[in-house]
Design a binder for this molecule. Structure first.
Ligand code: ZN
Ligand code: ZN
Length: 137
């Protein structure tokens, strides 16, 4: 029988080999931090992010299609987040230029309705592509 320990993460007693939810969560967060800084700190990301902003003329597409207003895009958002699929980290199709304010909002909206918001963002990208008539990516 496996040895029981008093787990320092979840504060409960369970077998030494058991990966409790608290531990899983902590691992995931640690891993996220590492992957994010690998990507955001790199030159490849700097170039990709600039290209994405250039492709949308530095306009926040979310504000444009939601409110019909032109607001400067300063952030580049991963529609499918890095943690969900690291392979899409540099895929332009998966990236969208947003203002700081809307970027924050999108991450809030992801908490309740991720799939729906992701579809909405993809649709906005398609609309933009059609409008300017040059393929992205
Ligand atoms: Zn535990
Ligand atoms: Zn984001």
């Amino acid at each position: 029988m496996a040895r029981l320990i008093s787990c320092s993460v979840c504060m409960r007693v369970h077998s030494k080999d058991h990966i409790c939810d608290a531990k899983k969560k902590r691992r995931l967060e640690k891993n996220k931090g590492r992957v994010d800084s690998d990507i955001y700190g790199g030159n490849k990301w700097r170039v990709t992010r600039w290209q994405v902003l250039e492709d949308c003329n530095h306009i926040c597409l979310y504000t444009l299609y939601k409110e019909g207003k032109i607001v400067k895009a300063t952030d580049v958002h991963h529609i499918v987040e890095i943690l969900e699929d690291e392979a899409l980290a540099y895929e332009k199709e998966n990236l969208i230029g947003l203002s700081k304010e809307k970027h924050k909002l999108i991450h809030e909206l992801y908490k309740d309705n991720k799939k729906l918001v992701q579809e909405e963002l993809k649709e906005m990208k398609r609309m933009w592509e059609d409008r300017i008539g040059i393929p992205l990516g």
